[in-house]
Ligand binder design. Structure first.
Ligand code: GMT
Length: 378
C-alpha cells in the first residue's frame, strides 16, 4: 500500500506512535509518505520505503496566524496525486482530519479518490477538542473521516460521549517494538554508572512536562524515596513545567540527585537503566511511556486514569493510585524498591504484557487490516 501519514512530528506520544507506525509499515513493504512540517524526530531520514514531504507555511506579513491547515491540505493533495497514495492516515484530530478532508475534496473534483483515517490520541479529544472553539470542527472532522481509530477503549467511549458520535470507532491500542525496547544487560552495565551508583535505585519519568503529567508529583514522590534509600531520578523530556520541577527539586534538597537530561531520541537505551517508572498523570488516554518502560522490564507506578488500566493491571505488572495520592505512591515505591524479588516479578510481568498484547508485530497487522476494510468500503 502507499500510505500518507500526518502527525505532530516533534512533540508528544501521538507523533511517536505515528512515526513508529510508519517505520513498521515501511519495514513490512509499504510505501510511506510523511507529510508534516518537519521530519519526525524518531526518523533518521535514511529508512527505505519512507519519504518525507515538508509542509512549508508561507509567512506573508498579512498572516498574523499563518494558515498551516491549508498548506497541509494542499501538500496532502499534491503528494497523494503525485505518488498515487491509497490512503491518508492522520494522527491527532485537530487540525489534521480537517486538512485531510479538504485534500479529499480537492482531489475528488479531479476524479481522484483518497480516503482518510483519523487516529484519536487523547488531548485532541479530552482537552483541545472539548474547548468550545474547536468542538464543532473536531466533531465534523471525525464524522467526515472514512475511518476512525482510538488508542484505547476509554478514548473511544469518551469520544462517543463527548461528541455524541454514533459512527464506528475502531480501538487499535498503542504498540512498541519489543526487539528495540528491551533490557539488554550489557548495555545497562555500560550505561547505568553514568546515572547511578551500584547501591542506588534509579527512578525515571518520561514526558513532555505539561501540567497534565503532574511532574511536581514525580519530584515529591522521588524526594520521599530518596529519604528512605539511596536513589536518583532521571527526567527525560522537556516542557513548560520543567522549571517548576527544578524549583521543587531544590525545595526538597534533592537537586543533586535529579538528572534533567532533556529530550532524547533513543529512549530505548535509557529506560532499561531504571528500576521504576513514575507516571502520576492527571490523565492518560493510553500512557505510551509506561508501555515503553514495561517492554524494557521497568514497572510503572501510575495513576488510575483514562486508558491506563487497559495497560497496567494493578499489583501485577505495575501499581495504580488516585491522582495526587503522593503518600500512597511514595509508600508503594519505597516498599517495591526494597523488595527485589517482587520488583523483578513485576518487571517480568510488564515485559510479558508488552510482548503478549502490545508488540508491533501484533498491532501493525490490525492497522493493515483496518486499512484494507476502509479502502474496500469507500
Ligand atoms: O500526553 C501528551 O501530552 C501527548 C499526547 C499526544 O497526543 O501527543 O499523548 C496522547 O497520546 C499518546 C499516544 O497515543 C498517549 O499515550 C497519551 O496517553 C495521550 N495523552 C493523554 O491522553 C494526556
Amino acid at each position: 500500500m502507499k500510505i500518507g501519514i500526518t502527525c505532530y512530528p516533534t512533540y508528544g506520544g501521538s507523533g511517536v506512535v505515528a512515526t513508529e507506525l510508519g517505520i513498521e509499515l515501511a519495514a513490512r513493504g509499504h510505501e510511506i509518505h510523511f507529510i508534516t512540517y518537519s521530519q519526525p524526530f524518531r526518523l533518521s531520514g535514511r529508512e527505505s520505503n519512507i519519504h518525507f514531504h515538508e509542509v512549508a507555511v508561507s509567512n506573508y506579513p498579512l498572516f498574523e496566524h499563518p494558515p498551516y491547515d491549508l498548506a497541509l491540505a494542499t501538500r496532502m493533495a499534491e503528494v497523494a496525486e503525485f505518488y498515487s497514495l491509497d490512503l491518508l492516515h492522520v494522527h491527532y484530530a485537530i487540525p489534521h482530519s480537517v486538512s485531510a478532508l479538504l485534500a479529499r475534496q480537492m482531489l475528488a473534483t479531479r476524479g481522484i479518490h483518497l480516503p482518510f483515517i483519523t487516529t484519536l490520541h487523547g488531548t485532541d479529544i479530552t482537552l483541545v477538542g472539548l474547548d468550545r472553539s474547536y468542538l464543532p470542527i473536531t466533531r465534523f472532522g471525525i464524522e467526515q473521516s472514512d475511518g476512525v481509530t482510538s488508542i484505547s477503549s476509554y478514548l473511544r467511549d469518551r469520544t462517543r460521549e463527548a461528541f455524541a458520535i454514533t459512527s464506528e470507532i475502531e480501538v487499535v491500542r498503542n504498540f512498541v517494538n519489543c526487539d528495540v525496547y528491551l533490557r539488554n544487560p550489557e548495555l545497562v552495565a555500560a550505561m547505568r554508572p553514568r546515572f547511578a551508583e551500584p547501591n542506588e535505585r534509579l527512578l525515571v519519568h518520561l514526558s513532555n512536562f505539561r501540567p497534565v503529567k503532574r511532574i511536581q508529583d514525580v519530584v515529591k514522590v522521588f524526594a520521599r524515596v530518596a529519604k528512605a534509600m539511596p536513589a536518583r531520578l532521571m527526567l527525560i523530556g522537556d516542557g513548560p513545567d520543567r522549571s517548576v520541577a527544578e524549583y521543587l527539586a531544590r525545595e526538597h534538597n534533592v537537586q543533586d540527585r535529579v538528572h534533567f537530561i532533556g529530550k532524547q531520541d533513543n529512549v530505548n537505551e535509557l529506560l532499561p537503566l531504571a528500576d521504576l517508572m513514575l507516571m502520576p498523570s492527571e490523565m492518560e488516554s493510553f500512557g505510551l511511556a509506561a508501555l515503553e518502560a514495561m517492554a524494557c522490564s521497568v514497572p510503572t507506578i501510575g495513576t488510575r486514569v483514562g486508558g491506563v488500566p487497559e495497560l497496567i493491571q494493578d499489583g501485577h505488572n505495575g501499581l495504580l493510585f488516585g491522582v495526587g495520592d503522593i503518600d500512597s505512591m511514595s509508600t508503594a515505591a519505597i516498599s517495591l524498591l526494597s523488595d527485589q524479588p517482587r520488583l523483578e516479578a513485576m518487571a517480568r510481568a510488564g515485559r510479558k504484557t508488552a510482548q503478549d498484547h502490545f508488540c508491533a508485530s501484533r498491532v501493525i497487522p490490525l492497522y493493515e487490516d483496518y486499512y484494507d476494510r476502509v479502502i474496500a468500503r469507500t
